[in-house]
Design a protein around this ligand. Structure first.
Ligand SMILES: [Zn+2]
Length: 80
């Protein structure tokens, strides 16, 4: 079965207030299971669990925004 764009639920872009369910860092990946249950991951933890997640749950929708990591420094990075 091929996943098409129409099959992927719409979701808002991840915000700075969305935090990794594992460590509390800023989330850059949202994984949506059936019934709109979702998990949020930072880049580190998604990378660590990606192969197990996609092997066990091949039809989850994954919103991967890791390309945004370090594109724009956080406010705290510029704090004195
Ligand atoms: Zn994490």
């Amino acid at each position: 079965m091929t996943i098409t764009a129409e099959m992927i639920p719409q979701t808002d872009p991840l915000k700075i207030s969305d935090r990794c369910d594992q460590c509390g860092a800023q989330a850059f990946v949202r994984v949506i299971f059936r019934r709109n249950q979702d998990l949020l991951f930072c880049g580190h933890h998604y990378g660590r669990h990606e192969s197990a997640l996609t092997a066990r749950h091949p039809y989850v929708a994954v919103y991967d925004e890791r390309r945004r990591i370090n594109h724009k420094p956080s406010l705290s990075a510029n704090a004195d």
